[in-house]
Design a protein around this ligand. Structure first.
Ligand code: TA6
Length: 301
């Protein structure tokens, strides 16, 4: 187990990055540079916060989020890997894979010439993870914290046979109120509507949320833009290596049942996830590296 002191000695960067331990027992990289602040739990390589200097947060984090070993954090950028949603054959395995609730390790940190901060994590495989995922592979997450936040999920097939990968950066975005928001970029896209009986539909116009929404848009590489009239800003979600976009808001009843959104917490967030799921599950050939990249930035409306 790496101690806080050894982490800060090896990877801390004055004026950029330090490691702290929070109540509950998780260790976070706290980033504070000229452009932005961010905090990233080493467990799950889970980006919990991101806020450009002088702006509202881009990323939403529940006020009731728990920071305890083995539990996913409600909000931020949960890493769904190596499958998205329920496991294909074993319902006892964790939804969205195990990556977000197991320990990763810090592999590198850098202060970049433009004042941004770079950090890379690698997932630590163990008998439990190998029992769930019997493929020789590595997965790393790179975050570059600047005026924008760039997140790269890198999967390497280190074995001799191809495997099928489902994945997503399950990102929760901070909005003024779900009633003030429209999501652009998915017009005309086919999506799997998971609310009620699973149905395939086609998106007509921008996405306005007035009840539970749980949709997997397939075969789309487009940027998504969250237009927030309340904050007079837009959040742009640009991506490469991803053909699925997931839009989710649990609405009142589901959020209350989940218990860690807080009262009306769902009104201040929307998930727009960049991934590869359903029709877009990725075949990673032996020896191949697959990169899923998302860049989050804000623009004036
Ligand atoms: O991405 C949307 C979704 O698949 C929803 O169906 C809901 O399960 C959500 O993820 C949150 O899942 P979690 O396991 O983080 O509570």
């Amino acid at each position: 187990m790496t101690t806080l002191n050894s982490l800060n000695q090896q990877f801390g960067i004055a004026g950029h990055l330090q490691f702290i331990e929070v109540d509950g027992g998780l260790t976070f990289a706290e980033i504070n540079n000229a452009h932005a602040t961010a905090s990233i739990a080493i467990q799950g390589a889970h980006i919990a916060t991101f806020q450009p200097k002088g702006e509202e947060p881009i990323i939403w984090l529940s006020k009731l989020a728990k920071f305890v070993p083995g539990k996913s954090i409600r909000g931020g950028v949960p890493v769904c890997w190596p499958w998205f949603g329920p496991h294909a054959t074993d319902s006892k395995l964790p939804g969205h894979g195990y990556a977000r609730t197991v320990m990763w390790e810090v592999q590198e940190t850098k202060a970049l010439a433009d004042g941004s901060t770079f950090i890379r994590f690698g997932l630590i495989e163990n008998e439990t993870t190998k029992a769930q995922w019997p493929h020789a592979s590595t997965v790393q997450l790179e975050a570059t914290v600047g005026k924008a936040l760039k997140v790269e999920l890198i999967t390497k097939n280190t074995g001799n046979t191809a495997f099928q990968l489902g994945e997503a950066l399950h990102t929760y975005f901070h909005i003024s109120d779900v009633g003030n928001m429209t999501i652009r970029g998915l017009e005309g896209c086919e999506y799997i509507d998971k609310v009620g009986e699973t149905t395939r539909r086609t998106q007509q116009g921008g996405i306005v949320i007035e009840s539970e929404v749980d949709r997997v848009y397939v075969n789309t590489t487009a940027d998504c833009v969250i237009e927030d009239k309340g904050l007079k800003r837009a959040i742009r979600i640009a991506k490469t290596g991803s053909k699925s976009a997931v839009v989710w808001n649990p609405w009142t009843e589901k959020a209350d049942k989940m218990g860690d959104f807080g009262p009306q917490g769902h009104r201040g967030m929307v998930c727009v996830e960049s991934g590869n799921a359903f029709d877009n599950v990725v075949t990673v050939q032996a020896g191949e590296t697959h990169r899923l990249v998302a860049v989050y930035s804000s623009e004036k409306l």
